[in-house]
Design a protein around this ligand. Structure first.
Ligand code: GDP
Length: 405
């Protein structure tokens, strides 16, 4: 009997334990169910998070690799507390510059403001009832004062005299048209003002920017990079002005704003030619459209300058051809600027002139003088300190601005 009681107790115990065991998986399933729900929710959240992350990643990737990205939104906040978040530097906002077409027309008011003295003085003199020798002398003087140069000024006066003799008295409109034609004949030399910025033989176009420090060389590099990017080109900047520490920083800031890579040396006084070489090599590797190289403009001695710029050019040409050598000239420096231009033209084959600070002078005649002096066209003009104040030079717009049209 005792045995039977023992067996019954044992049996009850076994059934009890078995029940408990059976119950566990049930809770387990429920748990997994909830767990599944959790996972489901987790997956859902994960999908959203991943979606967000993916989106953020795509945007970040786009900004890092593509200079064409308009604006990079601030990176998406991390889903979990990320200790690295505070140390991550904010991504720079990449700007989308406007295209260069029509800029000179847009900036014409600045030209008109600075040129009106010169143009209206000529119109007033030419509108006198009697055009005697004194008046013609005055006209010549106005032209020379506006930096047109002695020879072109005389030529303009002679041509005008002939026309007045042949055509007789003229209405103010006719006088204006006559002067416009004469000035345009001097400004528009017929040379192409197009910048060679096309890739060729699978390599980028290379532009060297030269000129005396202070003329606006580095600013022009930055503005030109912006303008090329605005026109759809990809650009790499080379900071080969290694003698002015601030120049590389300046260029880097310009590059960061438009998503252009900048090759620079952190050592002041480093060999400009090696920076230029490195920039062109990187540009070839990255398959950019244009490599823009800012150079040092120390006019210490002509031989020194020749050695420096000559070496930069030779070294670059080991990788690819130099397509443009742009000489930056400050329009406000008149004859002094022309002297500098002459020295540079003797040292390198200048293919185009960038006339800066044309917004700050009433002596726009320098356009005529410098083209004549160097036999090279003005290709770009600087009309202010703003980032988009560099314009392709258009002779007719310029002459109309001089005449206050
Ligand atoms: P760099 O030494 O030749 O490289 O000269 P920077 O590029 O540093 O420019 C010298 C100064 O000229 C800066 O203050 C520029 O903002 C200014 N500058 C450059 N281009 C123009 C322009 O077209 N108009 C005006 N008003 N200032 C300009």
């Amino acid at each position: 009997m005792e045995y039977i009681i023992l067996i019954v107790v044992l049996a009850v115990l076994i059934v009890g334990i078995g029940g408990t065991m059976l119950l566990r998986p049930g809770r387990g399933r429920l748990g997994r169910g909830r767990g599944g729900g959790d996972v489901g929710q987790g997956t859902g959240t994960g999908t959203i998070e991943r979606g967000t992350t993916t989106d953020g990643g795509t945007q970040a990737g786009g900004s890092a690799s593509g200079a064409t990205t308009t604006t990079v939104p601030p990176p998406a906040p991390p889903a979990s507390p990320a200790p690295s978040a505070p140390s991550a530097p904010p991504k720079p906002v990449i700007e989308k510059p406007p295209p260069s077409a029509g800029r000179m027309v847009r900036l014409r008011a600045r030209l008109a403001r600075s040129q009106s003295g010169f143009g209206s003085a000529l119109l007033n003199l030419l509108s006198r009832d009697r055009l005697d020798d004194d008046t013609w002398d005055e006209i010549e003087e106005v032209l020379i004062t506006a930096d047109v140069g002695v020879t072109p000024a005389r030529q303009i006066v002679e041509d005008l005299k002939t026309r007045v003799k042949v055509e007789g008295t003229q209405t103010p409109d006719e006088v204006r048209e006559m002067l416009r034609t004469e000035l345009l004949a001097q400004v528009d030399t017929g040379a192409s003002r197009a910048l060679r910025t096309q890739r060729h033989e699978g390599r980028p176009a290379v532009i060297l920017v030269v000129g005396v420090n202070g003329t606006g060389k580095t600013t022009t590099c930055g503005k030109l990079a912006r303008s090329l990017i605005g026109d759809g080109d990809s650009v790499l900047l080379g900071a080969a002005d290694t003698f002015r520490a601030a120049a590389a920083d300046q260029l880097q800031t310009w590059g960061e704003r438009v998503g252009a890579e900048v090759v620079r040396s952190d050592t002041e006084g480093a060999d400009p030619a090696s920076v230029a070489f490195e920039a062109v090599s990187k540009g070839i590797e990255a398959e950019v459209d244009v490599v823009l190289i800012d150079t040092a403009g120390r006019l210490h001695t002509k031989t020194g300058l020749m050695d420096e710029l000559g070496k930069v050019k030779r070294v670059v040409e080991k990788r690819t051809a130099v397509d443009e050598v742009l000489l930056v000239l400050d329009a406000t420096t008149g004859q002094n600027g022309l002297r500098q231009a002459r020295v540079f033209a003797e040292v390198v084959d200048v293919s185009g002139i960038v006339l800066t600070k044309l917004d700050g002078t009433a002596k726009g005649g320098i356009v005529i003088a410098v083209q004549r002096e160097l036999g090279v066209p003005v290709k770009l003009v600087g009309l202010g300190e703003g980032p988009d104040d560099l314009a392709p030079f258009e002779p007719a717009t310029f002459v109309d601005a001089i005449l206050g049209d």
